[in-house]
Design a binder for this molecule. Structure first.
Ligand code: ADP
Ligand code: ADP
Ligand code: ZN
Length: 214
């Protein structure tokens, strides 16, 4: 099962991707998580990515594409994977299509989680991310058992710098301009699957499973 998650920042891609990865025992590959891990470790890639992320801009394609193409060739990806936050531009989607076509393969499902902009700003303000394992919570919709502590690993939860309202608006603009065209791209490939992302997260998940198992 080779799946791509599409949707605005904060639409719930990560939340759903983790649930799908667990259910089908496939790796969850999040480019945002990979960049944040690099920033935490102080790598040169992390330093470069941070310059763009802090401004709400996309990291340049050339820093992203090879990284993902290498990752999906690793052994644990043999039975499939779920890409979360990649592709985010048409050139990234083309790089993925090209890499896959070399091994006579293609994306099987591009799941578009639809959430209007006005809901997004609300969600991002309440999102809390674990500095240890990257798990995400929401103060209202998915609170941790103990305030500001990760249920999974016990580390601290933070409001990401790029989740502050001024940056969220910029990220939404960037999404509409550079990422939304991918809906068309994958519609043309005949693999788009649309879900309403405004309902409860378990209901979103049930609807995705129905689409995958239809
Ligand atoms: P969200 O889904 O909440 O927007 P992510 O964790 O996916 O957040 O991404 C955070 C930031 O990392 C993005 O705003 C962008 O700067 C960078 N990033 C992640 N994935 C990509 C990508 N495929 N291409 C370019 N930049 C990316
Ligand atoms: P993305 O990866 O698309 O940026 P996340 O999965 O991190 O989005 O979700 C953004 C925020 O919204 C998180 O705080 C998450 O807990 C919350 N969230 C996710 N799905 C839903 C939902 N269906 N209803 C309400 N809140 C949600
Ligand atoms: Zn954690």
């Amino acid at each position: 099962m080779k799946i791509v998650m599409l949707g605005a920042p904060g639409a719930g891609k990560g939340t759903q991707a983790k649930m799908i990865a667990d259910k089908y025992s496939i790796p969850h590959i999040s480019t945002g998580d990979i960049f944040r891990a690099n920033i935490k470790e102080g790598t040169p890639l992390g330093a470069k990515a941070k310059e763009y992320m802090d401004k709400g801009l996309l990291v340049p394609d050339e820093l992203v594409c090879d990284l993902v193409v290498d990752r999906i060739q690793q052994d644990d990806c043999k039975n499939g994977y779920i890409l979360d936050g990649f592709p985010r531009t048409i050139p990234q989607a083309e790089a993925l299509t090209d890499a896959l076509s070399k091994i006579s393969d293609k994306v099987e499902y591009a799941i578009n989680v639809e959430v209007p902009d006005e809901n997004i700003v609300n969600r991002m303000g309440g999102r809390r991310a674990c500095v240890g394992c990257g798990a995400t919570y929401h103060v209202k919709y998915n609170p941790p058992k103990v305030e500001d502590v990760c249920d999974k690993c016990g580390e601290k939860l933070i409001l990401r710098d790029d989740d502050k309202p001024e940056t969220v608006q910029k990220r939404l603009d960037v999404y509409h301009e550079q990422t939304q065209p991918l809906i068309d791209y994958y519609t043309k490939q005949g693999v788009i699957a649309e879900v309403d992302g405004t309902v409860d997260m378990n209901e979103v998940f049930d609807n995705i499973v129905k689409l995958l198992e239809a």
